[in-house]
Design a binder for this molecule. Structure first.
Ligand code: UD1
Ligand code: CA
Length: 457
């Protein structure tokens, strides 16, 4: 097999996005567009992927890390000029080079594989990945002669009226014979409507030199979407979302209303898990089998065991064991580690909190910077008082502890195993194992006082 290389174009500013964020870094279902492209290309196992960066170079490099090498295009003079920046890295290599735009996040590995196969079969020097669109506006058009053989690509802004009626478009993905590509690039001029060096002009240049140029028309037009503005970004999200949701459903996950379920591309979900409408699942979240995630829940980098039930709740950067219940309306903030069988009810907030097996923290509770043992019951309205306005301190609760309702545990404080805190207590000193701590004003009853207040009646 011939050596394979890839060039990803990601130096453009993306003016039409009207954004502070560089175009190719806009996420589609949780992942920057350019990362989607590089991930798909990686499936073809090329020798090297060179990403052309300019605007936002550092940010793009931070995202792609060692999955790509980089070439800088100082000035954005057009797509041909962009590809030329890879000359130092690839100029003298023998093999096939894929060129893909960083703003086409829906392109798939198997389509590029098919493109390369077709290119090889046709013994072509260049093969364009094309598709047919109902509305081709904005894309370069594929111009064929009377025999249907590709002649050239004409950009929207340079196209005659007749050419504009052509609805076969250039997807911006190509396969080239590498040496022929770099040779032809030197001959591209910028005499066109935009004064740019167009990569598509390489097609005409090769054609004029009697080289074989082919076009591989892909079936799935949806993969071709080039994201130039926020309207297309939303369209890309919708298509990607559909693709992701379908994959999970085929893997045995029930989505009650897939059109309103928002799952990022790297999320993993186990069999027989049910996801209700309006749920958002982000980042590297992993959900086990037989879970139920319902209400407007949001999971972000959450690791859930099996049979976990989450209702109307948010979980960020946290771990939740088997058979845990969360919600409705609770908030697990980063570094919460919830062991199996725990019940977290409504209006509970945790942060940097570990909660041992089978403990219950059911109603209106805040546990921040807390270490809670097994079989603990924390009463309604209790708080780990972790912040004095300057520093954070830790609350440690042993096993089998009972914390009465509305208790304040002023950290740093330690409650020993099997201890009991009476309702309404403000605990400022450690409580020894097995002790009862009670810290509240003694009740006084003033007989007949209520009647006296209603004077006159
Ligand atoms: C380009 C193609 C068009 C095709 C369409 C598919 C050209 C001239 N036109 O048009 O035929 O139908 O893609 O989506 O190639 N870039 C650079 N450096 C530059 C200019 C652009 O790296 O100097 C990058 C951009 O970041 C982007 C990609 O190249 O990722 C495409 O550029 P863009 O300006 O979006 O081209 P289109 O007008 O969409
Ligand atoms: Ca584009």
């Amino acid at each position: 097999m011939m050596n394979r290389y890839a060039i990803v174009l990601a130096a453009g500013q993306g003016t039409r996005m009207k954004s502070k964020l560089y175009k190719v870094l806009h996420p589609v279902c949780g992942k920057p567009m350019v990362e989607h492209v590089v991930d798909q290309i990686s499936q073809l196992q090329p020798e090297e992927i060179v990403t052309i960066v300019g605007h936002g170079a550092e940010a793009v490099q931070t995202h792609l890390k060692d999955r790509s090498t980089f070439a800088v295009q100082e000035e954005q003079l057009g797509t041909a000029h962009a590809v030329l920046q890879a000359k130092i890295a690839l100029g003298d290599k023998d093999g096939l080079t894929l060129v893909v735009c960083g703003d086409t996040p829906l392109i798939q590995g198997h389509t590029m594989e098919a493109l390369m196969k077709y290119h090889h079969e046709k013994r072509a020097k260049a093969t364009i990945l094309t598709t047919v669109l109902d509305n081709p506006t904005g894309y370069g058009r594929i111009i064929r002669d009377d025999l249907g053989i590709v002649e050239k690509i004409v950009e929207q802004k340079d196209a005659s009226e007749k050419e504009q009626r052509v609805n076969e478009i250039n997807t911006g993905t190509y396969c080239f014979d590498n040496l022929a590509l770099f040779e032809a690039l030197e001959k591209v001029s910028n005499e066109n409507a935009q004064g740019e060096y167009y990569l598509p002009d390489v097609i005409k240049i090769l054609k004029d030199e009697d080289e074989v140029v082919a076009a591989y028309r892909m079936e799935n037009a949806k993969e071709s979407l080039g994201v130039n503005d926020r309207v297309a970004l939303a369209e890309a999200q919708e298509i990607m979302r559909h693709r992701i949701n379908e994959k999970h459903m085929r893997n045995g996950v029930t989505l009650i209303d897939p059109a309103n379920t928002y799952i990022d591309v790297d999320v993993e979900i186990g069999q027989d898990t049910i996801i209700g409408p309006n749920v958002s699942i982000h980042g590297k979240t992993v959900i086990g089998d037989d879970c139920e995630i319902t209400g407007a829940s949001l999971l972000d980098n959450a690791i859930l065991g099996e049979r976990v039930k989450v209702r109307h709740s948010s979980i960020y950067d946290s771990k939740v064991g088997d058979d845990v219940q969360v919600g409705p309306y609770s908030h697990l903030r980063p570094e919460s580690e919830i062991s199996e069988g725990v019940k977290i009810g409504n209006f509970v907030e945790t942060k940097k909190a570990t909660i041992g097996k089978n403990s219950k923290i059911p109603h209106f509770i805040y546990m921040g910077d807390a270490e809670i043992g097994e079989n603990v019951n924390i009463g309604c309205g209790s708080i780990a008082v972790n912040y004095d306005g300057k520093n954070k301190a830790k609350t440690i609760i042993g096993d089998d502890v009972f914390i009465g309702c509305n208790s304040n545990l002023v950290a740093p404080v330690k409650i020993g195993d099997k201890a009991f805190v009476a309702a309404g207590s403000t605990i400022t000193k450690d409580v020894p194992e097995g002790a009862l701590a009670i810290s509240r004003v003694k009740q006084e009853n003033k007989e007949g006082y209520a009647k006296r207040l209603n004077f006159g009646k």
